[in-house]
Design a protein around this ligand. Sequence first.
Ligand code: ADP
Length: 555
Amino acid sequence: MMYIVEWGVQEAIVVDVMVTRTQKIFVPVRSRAVCKIVVADNKIKVVAIDASLKVVHESAVQFDKDLPEFRTESGVHIHDDQLTITSPTIMWVKALDLLLTRMKESGFNFSAVVALSGAGQQHGSIFWKDGSEKVLDNLQSDCPLQVQLKNCFSIPDSPIWMDSSTTEQCQNLEMMMGGPQQLTDITGSRAYERFTGNQIAKIFQTRPADYERTERISLVSSFGASLFRGAYVPIDISDGSGMNLMDIRTHQWCQQALDACAPNLDKKLGHLVPSYHNAGSIASYFVDRYGFSPECNVITFTGDNPASMAGMRLQKGDVAVSLGTSDTLFLWLEMPQPALEGHIFANPVDASAYMALLCFKNGSLTRERIRNLMADGSWDVFSHCLETTYPGNDGNIGIFFDVQEITPSAVGIHRWNANGESVSSFTPGAEIRAVIEGQFLAKRLHAENLGYHIGSDSRVLATGGASCNKSILQVLSDIFNAPVYILDTTNSACLGSAYRAKHVSKGCEGGDKVAFSEIVKSAPAYQLAASPRLEAHKIYTKMLERYKELELQIV
Ligand code: ADP
């Protein structure tokens, strides 16, 4: 995916390039189920914003439709083992030129772009063959990128986030690090098949000669930046956190993890930089071919999840809750407590902070099932039931995991009445309240397990299908004791990178550094959907303790 941000002729346009995965950008399942997920609408996309952060241009190239010669489905190739999933690296290269050509044909004024940045699907890796940096450094503007770079990749098919073929490498990494918790304490996550360290380990083990002749390994994000820069751009600390290789506190590679994956890896990965690093000016290829200003800066690209966090304008104390098919939490953390569930990343807009991701598989589909059973299939009836029952649900409490849950690892439907007795059913009203309270208590519990604290300025930013339901959001607000705002996340990863690029151009480092929150101040205000009620919150604080014990019983 690619974005461009534009803000005034004298000021800047920022381009954000991003290879997207729109269906589920984040799948934290450490299992083969990952590869079953269908990614629709895979594309490279660009968004340009002006000085007031208004989107002034959008375009996209769909891999399957616009580049049929690569024969991808949703931008990927699923191999015979059904576990190995890759994308042709050169397809991404060709897509970038096609996208820029379309923009040029539409009359887009590239000369007004002062800075560009981008986001890439997390975890994917690009293996540059020996001698490729010279080719990058000498790009000729009269010849398309894909012709010049066609022999530059020692592994022509990039492993991507959907790949789940590295279970053995994950087990080995956890063992070499002293166990899953030890690996998590350092890198923020236990070993996951899609995480890049494990993917690199597999390449080294199965294709040692190709690994040997690799001079550089990029993530999809740093790969995009490298194309624009005409030189290798370092991996940023936020996307680097999705590799099982980086110490999330020191922002350095963890030598022990590198050694456990493959030899000489530090040289092939290069050094790490903050996500708001200015990588330098754009390559002359883009100046001559498309009319970019030679002064246009390339700002470090990052992963799509960190970029989304920036696009959602998350601040200290905030939590973003996506209420979709799965429910996902994005947390801003000051002092992380890495746990075996969820992921902790370096924060993309403030290197002294962290971000965390938690995924709950039993989200909207469970809510829908209860709606169908207890509310005649109507959200209005469902909402009415919530409004006519009381916080605390008269002591009834439930855990509804229709399918194997990720956070926590458990399955099954469990109900307890006010006497603590396990019961097989509730009244319709109690059942509806129990599912919503149970889901949101779990979110607060697991957020706090990762080190999240609700502060007096904390906000809950709600997004996804269920965020239109104010009765549901009221429960969320009461449980988190924070106002809930509704968030439009259309283009959030794109916009996040555009904002980041503006942040760097306005001076994000040094003595007079500008806070990211200053940069995004003029973005459209969020709509307040629910305010916390003190009495209800007191009830939920007690209920949380009870929920915690009950959850432990079923795990
Ligand atoms: P996805 O994760 O697939 O992108 P969405 O974020 O679009 O999903 O959310 C879709 C879900 O939103 C549906 O499964 C539906 O259950 C839920 N939804 C839609 N309208 C409402 C509503 N009024 N109240 C609660 N949930 C709703």
